[in-house]
Design a protein around this ligand. Structure first.
Ligand code: PLP
Length: 406
């Protein structure tokens, strides 16, 4: 372990826990990451010294808390290089952000007969809200297929997009295969036909620099808890040109300009989309997590995690009856696999007993499983505190699981 790796790990108390008297090897970062002390301390500090409801108070604590929340918005805007802070809306996570989008975008811009395009590798969060919109409005969901390698077949996009297409909603990185999708190419194709693009960044923002102006995507959604921040935090980013026009998602306090029984007018963005008391402590914690990532540097994060993914592939491929699922040219964050004909759940159970935490099952991507003709996979997913030593213990556990399961 390098001094830098040791220093990073020392910021995560949970990594020193023992499971079944064994050192914890945490490879379930795609589901949620652990939180560095500074995020926990920041949130505790706010609760201990500053807690007060935001935006509505005239008193000292409320102003302090509001300043911290708005500073958090600035940090998150910088994190994704949004053109302005008002385009950054705090939510509870990716799922809530996509539901917000499906409702507000759908109600504003869509009508019967229109089409939304998603892909075959989406998480259920980026399928079901669109199906609900389609049902509500009499619209159709079109699906961009994947190749046998587990990449998007983007040539097919040209035949899918037509004058009825209202939006393309696509994962930046697959939570199962780790495939990094060519967002810039997709955006270029979509924009040439005046179709906006929403990027599900749940599995990319934790692992790489995601620059919304460089990608030129129109919307980006992601979860705080997958990028070293607290649960219940997330971001919905959208270009002002759309957000200004979109109807609100939830009604209530804070999102209004003036309320009367003869009619209500709405607040400006971002507040129009932040009804009620936001989880301001989580938002402040999320910004602390973003600063943690920024200080580590995206070069370091990307190089370290690339090394772990490549090392894992080299150790597993062709050994112990392991079949790696998908062979994308660019892979980030996750490696999915099966061992011979063993059920993924059985493999996961054996790894667990050896202190190795991985996720098994369909990973909320049942249509992808159907396409691949499998019930599920075992997924090892990496975070910035993982090391080659973790991979060595994991590979040893896979070898034993393989021997036990025949
Ligand atoms: N999209 C992708 C690609 C994901 O991997 C996940 C979670 O695993 C989600 C959406 C949903 O995220 P959340 O449960 O944090 O809302």
């Amino acid at each position: 372990m390098t001094p830098k790796e040791l220093e990073i790990r020392s910021q995560f108390a949970i990594l020193y826990e023992k499971v079944y008297s064994k050192p914890l090897v945490y490879l379930d970062n795609g589901a949620t990451t652990q939180k560095p002390n500074r995020v926990l301390e920041k949130m505790q500090y706010v609760y201990e010294h500053l807690n007060s409801n935001v935006h509505r108070g005239v008193h000292y604590l409320s102003n302090q808390c509001t300043d911290l929340l708005e500073e958090a918005r600035r940090v998150m805007a910088r994190h994704i290089n949004a053109a302005e802070e008002a385009e950054v809306i705090f939510t509870r996570g990716t799922t809530e952000s996509i539901n917000l989008m499906a409702f507000s975008f759908g109600e504003t811009f869509c009508k019967a007969g229109d089409k939304i395009i998603v892909t075959e590798m989406e998480h259920h969060s980026n399928i079901v809200p669109w199906q609900m919109l389609c049902q509500r409005k009499g619209m159709t969901l079109r699906v961009l297929p994947i190749t046998d390698e587990g990449e998007l077949d983007i040539e097919k996009l040209d035949t899918l997009i037509n004058e009825k297409t209202k939006l393309i909603s696509v994962a930046h990185v697959s939570n199962v295969l780790g495939t990094v999708n060519p967002i810039k190419d997709i955006v270029a194709k979509a924009h040439s036909k005046n179709v906006p693009v929403m990027v599900d960044g749940a599995q990319s923002v934790p692992h790489m620099k995601v620059d919304v102006q460089d990608l030129d995507c129109d919307f980006l959604v992601f979860s705080g808890h997958k990028m070293y921040g607290p649960t219940g935090s997330g971001i919905f980013y959208g270009k002002r040109q759309y957000l200004d026009q979109m109807v609100p998602y939830h009604g209530g306090g804070e999102m209004i300009d003036k309320v009367s029984f003869s009619g209500t007018t709405y607040n400006v963005i971002p507040f129009k989309f932040e009804a009620g008391t936001p989880d301001y402590v989580a938002a402040i914690g999320l910004a602390e997590a973003a600063k943690f990532m920024q200080e580590l540097g995206f070069d370091y994060i990307e190089n370290q995690e690339h090394d772990l993914v490549q090392y894992t592939l080299s150790q597993l491929q062709g050994h112990y009856g392991v079949n790696i699922i998908g062979a994308p040219k660019q892979r980030s964050g996750s490696v999915s696999f099966l061992i011979n004909k063993a059920h993924p759940y059985d493999v996961g159970m054996i790894l667990d007993k050896m202190g190795v935490a991985v996720r098994t099952g369909h990973h909320c991507a049942q249509p992808l499983m159907e396409r691949l003709g499998i019930v599920g996979t075992v997924r090892a997913s990496f975070g910035i505190y993982n090391t080659r030593e973790d991979v060595d213990i994991f590979v040893k556990a896979v070898r034993q699981a393989s021997a036990m399961l025949g």
